[in-house]
Write a protein that binds this ligand. Structure first.
Ligand code: FMN
Length: 195
């Protein structure tokens, strides 16, 4: 698949099959992430790849628990408000039960921490699409990246004291085997040409 096709046909996948992701493909996805540019060529993004189903389930439980303690406030970012609302219901699995969740962490004091993680996530999403894998950017652990319960748990799986999670990516085969590759027309992201 050419780069342009992989970019234009990438869509978010939120329903995954149980089919495991091949080690080789996962390594290709991670390599694409590791080759993303970084501010000052810092290369400080830390990829924490979670495949252990017990850890994924515990993380989902803790995220639901911590969101359910929060309240929506007027003007709150709608996705965050939606997460808080859904966490108070019976079932809320922020990572959509994907077989793999890749956390992108970076240094707290580094000014390009979010930007660098975003570059890595985008590279991985495009590479995954080219490999017939579905992905979805998962932001809950960023919203909770100052939460003590979540941070303590993440430290047990490799997050260091100097790091915070700035984004995450669910990865797996879509329920029907292939990502939904419908390229939707752009209605935003305007371009101003200055000649
Ligand atoms: C910064 C960012 C945060 C996002 N957070 C989430 C999220 O937490 N959960 C989710 O299901 N999708 C999340 N998304 C995916 C967007 O909802 C999705 O990209 C958008 O609706 C466009 O759909 P498409 O990816 O299929 O083109 C996020 C995307 C970005 C870029």
């Amino acid at each position: 698949m050419r780069a342009e096709e992989a970019i234009l046909t990438r869509r978010s996948t939120r329903v995954y099959s149980d089919r495991p992701v091949e080690q080789e493909k996962l390594e290709q996805v991670l390599e694409a992430g590791r080759y993303a540019p970084s501010g000052g060529n810092n290369q400080t993004t830390h990829f924490i790849v979670i495949r252990n189903q017990e850890i994924l389930a515990e993380l989902a439980r803790l995220v639901k628990q911590e969101f359910s303690k929060m309240e929506e406030t007027p003007g709150m970012y709608k996705s965050l408000a939606g997460a808080i609302r859904r966490s108070k219901g019976e079932v809320y699995v922020f990572h959509y039960n994907a077989p793999v969740l890749i956390l992108t962490a970076n240094r707290i004091e580094y000014g390009n921490n979010i930007a660098d993680c975003a570059c890595c996530l985008e590279n991985m999403m495009i590479e995954a699409n080219a490999l017939d894998l579905g992905t979805c950017w998962i932001n809950q652990l960023k919203w909770l990246n100052e939460n003590e319960v979540i941070t303590q748990y993440l430290r047990t799986i490799g997050l260091t004291e100097e790091e915070r999670v700035y984004g995450a990516l669910s990865v797996g085969y879509a329920k029907n085997g292939l990502p939904d590759r419908k390229a939707l027309p752009r209605t935003g992201n305007p371009v101003s040409w200055v000649d």
